[in-house]
Design a protein around this ligand. Structure first.
Ligand SMILES: Nc1ncnc2c1ncn2[C@@H]1O[C@H](COP(=O)(O)OP(=O)(O)OP(=O)(O)O)[C@@H](O)[C@H]1O
Ligand SMILES: [Mg+2]
Length: 473
């Protein structure tokens, strides 16, 4: 509850000193006169309900007087600056030689729009319509016609100062409420933002868990598929080589037979064999069978590579001993292994920083790096490109590794899918390279980001912890 001392300051602006005396008598009566006034009021409003304690005695007004509008406005200005504004002004209409009542009131309201005003007049130079049009604030303006009755003045003062005080209190309460609403709104906003970021974080974690679950079940599935495929594939592969040897032997025999055939006696059986020999089109078969075998071998090699990918993919979920290892040595070994894939497409530029040994599963990490390097080489167009391999230390026990190429780059819609297993844009891709790599990095408690735009190349950046905090030994 806001409590304010009531403002009982009244300004009387009138060019007649005798009028000032009248106001003084009415508004600031001597103590005996005050009880008379109270009695008068009681008599006048004898059927009124009992008044509240505060208004049961005539109020003690603090009245200031001015003979001219200019002086009145100055006093109002000073009072306002001092933080003690007037609640009410009685303003005479005609005050020669200075401003008239209308002009004075206009100026008073320009200073203080809250001021309640009673315009006092015996007659007016303006029609009342004109007065109201010019002042245009009927809710703060009352008219008191001269000669006035003291009870009228007393009631106007009482009612209008009470009105000023009430509206002031309402405004204060309103601004208090507004402050409270603002405070609550900003609290709500803060809570909302916190909730939103929790939801985002939760979604992110859920996605990660779903992704890990998917990878784990894919890992199991692919282990099975790879195992089932590799046996038959290996014997088809071996059989193909044997078949080629057998075909060579048969071919030699058939060629010899063809030569001998013509010189043999022409028994009916020999004629039938010769016909079959002709139908065989040995010259064509001589070329076509080795070609077919070659294609089958290439196809099989492709299947073998896929099975290898699947095996790698499932292997990243298996355990290799964790050990302290030099990342640079791992990168160099991987570069040697991948040289035949990389050399035809790009030059390699190494920009190694100072690195401590890190706790890792080295062959898994090498596999991840291998996939990034091969992708980088495959991203080059006709022109030979450059692949930068950069490493460095990041604060808080982290190291980073970047594989950056100046290849064809990755469009945004593709970027959103490149870590999905089996997502590929390549004719002969399996789409497992980045899934394998990101699986490895996740198991190391690190993360991998890609920055790329079409035509400007791609950079894959890996962040890895030096130490595995939840592992012992
Ligand atoms: N450095 C790169 N530059 C441009 N595109 C890339 C790069 N690395 C990956 N990509 C895109 O991401 C896709 C997925 O890559 P990922 O290594 O998982 O599979 P892939 O290379 O298509 O097949 P796989 O690696 O199994 O042979 C690629 O098909 C390619 O569109
Ligand atoms: Mg790849």
């Amino acid at each position: 509850m806001i409590k304010l001392a009531p403002n009982l300051r009244v300004l009387v602006i009138d060019d007649m000193p005798s009028i000032h005396d009248d106001f003084r008598k009415i508004l600031c009566p001597a103590p005996s006169a005050r009880s008379e006034m109270a009695a008068l009021e009681m008599a006048l409003f004898d059927d009124a309900p009992p008044a509240p304690a505060a208004s049961s005695a005539p109020a003690q007004y603090d009245v200031a007087f001015a003979l001219q509008g200019q002086d009145g406005v100055t006093q109002a200005d000073e009072a306002l600056t001092a933080g003690r504004p007037f609640a009410l002004a009685f303003v005479d209409m005609r005050m020669p030689p200075g401003w008239d009542g209308i002009e004075t009131i206009e100026r008073l309201w320009r200073l203080d729009p809250q001021l309640q005003v009673v315009i006092c007049t015996a007659y007016s130079d303006y029609s009342w319509t004109e007065v109201l049009r010019r002042l245009d604030a009927r809710d703060r303006l009352l008219v008191l016609k001269k000669p006035f009755d003291s009870i009228e003045v007393s009631q106007l003062a009482c009612t209008l100062t009470a009105k000023w005080n009430l509206s002031q209190r309402a405004a204060l309460q309103m601004s208090g409420l507004e402050d409270e609403v603002l405070q609550r709104t900003s609290e709500l906003r803060r809570t909302n933002a916190a909730l939103e970021s929790q939801v985002v974080e939760r979604k992110h974690l859920e996605n990660q868990m779903v992704q890990q679950d998917k990878l784990a079940s894919l890992g199991q599935l692919t282990t099975g598929i790879a195992h089932e495929l590799s046996g038959p594939m290996e014997y088809v592969y071996a059989n193909l080589a044997t078949l080629a040897e057998y075909f060579n032997a048969m071919q030699a025999m058939l060629i010899a037979y063809g030569k001998e055939c013509g010189e043999m006696l022409e028994s009916p059986a020999q004629q039938r064999l010769a016909k079959l020999y002709d139908r065989l089109e040995l010259d064509f078969l001589q070329d076509d069978v080795p070609a077919l075998m070659d294609h089958s071998r290439i196809g099989l090699e492709r299947v073998r590579a896929i099975v290898q990918d699947l095996t790698d993919f499932s292997r990243v979920n298996t355990s290799e001993p964790w050990q302290w290892s030099d990342l640079h040595r791992g990168i160099d070994a991987t570069l040697n292994l991948a040289a035949s894939e990389l050399r035809p497409h790009a030059d390699i530029v190494k920009e190694y920083g100072e690195l401590p040994e890190i706790e890792c599963q080295p062959s898994h990490l090498n596999l991840a790096i291998m996939h990034l390097l091969v992708n980088a080489a495959q991203a080059m167009g006709r022109e030979r490109g450059v692949i930068h391999i950069r490493t460095g230390r990041s604060g808080h026990g982290l190291v980073w590794l970047e594989v950056a190429d100046n290849g064809n780059g990755i469009p945004l819609d593709v970027q959103q899918r490149i870590f999905e297993p089996f997502y590929t844009t390549k004719l002969k891709g399996t789409g497992l390279g980045l899934s394998i790599a990101s699986g490895v990095i996740q198991r190391h408690g690190g993360n991998m980001e890609v920055h790329s735009s079409p035509g400007a190349g791609s950079t894959f950046r890996i962040l890895l912890p030096v130490r595995q905090p939840f592992r012992t030994g």
